[in-house]
Design a binder for this molecule. Sequence first.
Ligand code: GUN
Length: 284
Amino acid sequence: MSKIIDGKAVSSAVKESIKNEVSALKEKGVSVGLAVILVGEDPASKIYVANKKKACEQLGIISQEYILPENTTEKELLKLIDTLNSEKTINGILCQLPLPRGIDEQKVIKAISPEKDVDAFHPQNVGRIMIGDFDFVPCTPAGIIEMLDYYGISAEGKTCVVIGRSNIVGKPMGMLLLHKNGTVTICHSRTKNLSEITKTADILVAAVGKAKFVTADMVKDGAVVIDVGMNRDDGKLCGDVDFDEVSKKAGYITPVPGGVGPMTIAMLMKNTLTAAKKQNGIIG
Ligand code: GUN
């Protein structure tokens, strides 16, 4: 049986430390503020945004929410971002994706000031991750690295396989594991002989978006299996990994829920704190 990587416990520890730092900054007269923009009615996005607000409240971070109607124009959204870019009390700006059709996602991402881009989606921040000189890390891959560190799991010299090549998870995940001296392969929908590759993984990250996609025969004995999935299977929340079977074989595994999910929000809070410290000259 594998050990469970408890994302809730790790995220609580991270959040506790952020809460203390936020409170210490407040005593110095420095506030920390995050603006979250949601356009439209996507039900999953509404839940994410509500959770982000709750986390801000728990940690003493000022949270501003902008809930805009589905028919918001790109121009209106860009105008709001422009205003928030120059708003001193706002240190971080997050525009929840996906955006409704008709709004150019990349244009919106590029409009957010790189100094306030707590998602690390702006091309400038993406480039900085590539060269290993970054302030912000995309929240999901950052949360995964934090969990590995917490459990003393090193990627150094390990075979790391990431399934999924999205800009939000797969690509930055591969890059962070590479910075940790892992030997990284990124697989995707056109990969041939996928299970031959996944079976070589010491660390396997599944970010596919398909319920129970990773089965036990795709996993090496004792591997560390990280499940980024958030799917519904017969109405029940489940990951990209067939947990019941894979957990009999893996060395470590993240559950869904209670694995990667809670870490993502904790890392958003961490990036927001970093943004506030940088903007106030507390760190370089
Ligand atoms: N939609 C799904 N994940 C994310 C995320 O990490 N950031 C933003 N902005 N939108 C998302």
